[in-house]
Design a protein around this ligand. Structure first.
Ligand code: 6PG
Length: 471
């Protein structure tokens, strides 16, 4: 009896995805270089499901029905290439290999070319939702090979999260679009996490809220228009007691953020193809800055902070911080989605933006009720270059902008770091300004380097012999 699906990489994500596939009625074989993981595989499976751990890559390959459908869930980079190198000689023409990790899209392009030349199908597929998502329903972002996609689609729709009965998976476009969309998802994830951490800082330092009060604030936020996975888990974090002290765990966690690279790739990509996504950029660099803990400690002794002047009305302050966070979150999505629009042109991905926001509504880390509004915006205008240009969205923005200004101003005047909020506000102000002062930059460029400029009143390219007025 041959197995329907195979999963390579039985870490937390791979194992859970495998169980999810098995729970939906498919027999599934798993392989991992770590023998323990293979041995333990059946322990976590739902009784009655068909799950098999295989001891070697050869056993794994021969356990699968053809064309084989193999899902890789191994760390991005060299491990993926290592698996591909070992497995491709064992495969038969038309077999399908799906990379479900956070692979860099350019690696995926290279692998597509390589495997296609061997008459195999290779697909890059983003999967979001962490451990629970993988098991109970992630958001799944497949792209590329249409033949492979069509074969996998029924299974993907079964294992994906559901919103209003609709599966959170759809074809994300050609080539490595699936990985690209997932990369941008993570960039947005970085931005939102940065913004939430700043809201937390403002509430604890600005309004002296303790963890119990923070729990209540986030609970309330999560019950309204700010409802989202990241707000929900933040709420719960403030309740978690520490096992080693009698305090809260969050207060014992060292303030140095880690990163595995997807946020950085998003920023690099945006620079490469010329898209302005400063909230994501600042979120990446804020994590980098956080790691200078020792230097920050020294600098904090050298540069004393001004005393924080508490807000007069705490309730109002909390409300404004909430609105500022909501709006800055919205603008972070706007930046990420604008990057997808440009990338779609640049790389001919043909990314369906409407489907992207649709499948992000459930299962993934950045799921939020706000995405419902984006979904209707893209339903009206699928080619919207920036979500901020939508009429309904502009109404939301206008109703919150004052709170973002007041909150950013409070942070600035009290010396509370708020790189994300300030940057987002700066982006918004620049994006919505008809005339920016870069006419002066163009003049300077032409002055010192004859780089030329365009005029507002006539067509063409101009250069001037600028006069040094002191000569
Ligand atoms: C997801 C997450 C997932 C992973 C992040 C963490 O969508 O399920 O994004 O892919 O947890 O990549 O990234 P960092 O380690 O870079 O914060």
């Amino acid at each position: 009896e041959k197995y329907n699906y195979g999963v390579i990489g039985l870490g937390v994500m791979g194992r859970n995805l495998l169980y999810n596939i098995a729970d939906n009625g498919f027999s599934t074989a798993g392989f991992d270089l770590d023998e323990e993981k293979v041995k333990e595989l059946h322990n976590g499976a739902t009784p009655g499901t068909q799950v098999k751990g295989t001891a070697s890559l050869e056993d794994f390959v021969s356990a699968l029905e053809t064309p084989r459908k193999i899902i890789l869930m191994v760390p991005a980079g060299k491990p993926v290439d290592a698996v591909l190198e070992n497995i491709t000689p064992l495969l038969s023409p038309k077999d399908i290999v799906v990379d479900a990790g956070n692979s860099y899209f350019k690696d995926t392009e290279r692998r597509i070319a390589d495997l296609t030349s061997k008459n195999l199908h290779f697909m890059g597929m983003g999967v979001s939702g962490g451990e629970q998502g993988a098991r109970r329903g992630p958001s799944i972002m497949p792209g590329g090979d249409l033949e492979a996609f069509t074969l996998l689609k029924p299974m993907l729709e079964l294992i994906a999260a559901k919103v209003n009965g609709e599966a959170c998976t759809a074809y994300m476009g050609k080539g490595s679009a699936g990985n690209y969309v997932k990369m941008v998802h993570n960039g947005i994830e970085y931005a939102i996490m940065q913004l939430i951490s700043e809201a937390y800082d403002l509430l604890r330092k600005g309004a002296n809220l303790n963890n119990d009060q923070l729990y209540e604030v986030f609970k309330k936020w999560n019950e309204g228009e700010m409802n989202s996975f990241l707000i929900e888990i933040t709420r719960d974090i403030f309740k978690q007691k520490d096992e080693l002290t009698d305090g809260f765990l969050v207060d014992q966690i060292l303030d140095k953020a880690g990163a595995k690279g997807t946020g950085k790739w998003t920023s690099e990509q945006a620079m490469e193809i010329g898209v302005s996504i400063p909230t994501i950029d600042i979120a990446v660099t804020s994590r980098i800055l956080s790691a200078y803990k020792e230097e920050r400690v020294k600098a904090s002794q050298l540069y004393a902070k001004e005393e924080i002047i508490k807000p007069e009305n705490t309730e109002l302050f909390i409300q404004e911080v909430g609105e500022a966070l909501y709006l800055a979150t919205l603008i972070s999505y706007a930046q990420g989605l604008a990057l997808l629009v440009k990338a779609s042109e640049e790389y001919q991905f043909e990314i369906p933006l409407k489907d992207v926001v649709k499948i992000w509504r459930g299962g993934c880390i950045i799921r939020s009720v706000l995405l419902e509004k984006f979904y209707s915006a893209y339903t009206q205008a699928p080619d919207l270059s920036n979500i901020l240009l939508n009429q309904e969205i502009s109404g939301i923005v206008q109703s919150k902008i004052k709170s973002l200004r007041k909150t950013a101003a409070f942070a600035v005047s009290n010396g509370i770091p708020s790189l994300g909020l300030q940057t987002t506000l700066g982006y918004f102000d620049a994006y919505t300004t008809e005339s920016l002062p870069v006419n002066l930059i163009q003049a300077q460029r032409d002055y010192f380097g004859a780089h030329t400029y365009q005029r507002v009143d006539r067509e063409g390219v101009f250069h001037t012999s600028w006069q040094n007025v002191n000569n």
